[in-house]
Design a protein around this ligand. Sequence first.
Ligand SMILES: [Zn+2]
Length: 59
Amino acid sequence: MAKPEELWQCQVPTCGYIYHADKGDKKGKIPPVTRFEDLPEDWKCPLCGAGKHMFKPLA
Ligand SMILES: [Zn+2]
């Protein structure tokens, strides 16, 4: 199970995508076990295209 601090949710109301640090982001070519903080600055939400600044931790 992922720790809550490894789950980050997209704050776009119509999106709600959750980034799982233990899974990474296959579409964005992010390998599993990549912390949100370690994502490239130009990483975008795979669902709605929002930038990292639109994400908040679920914890
Ligand atoms: Zn999104």
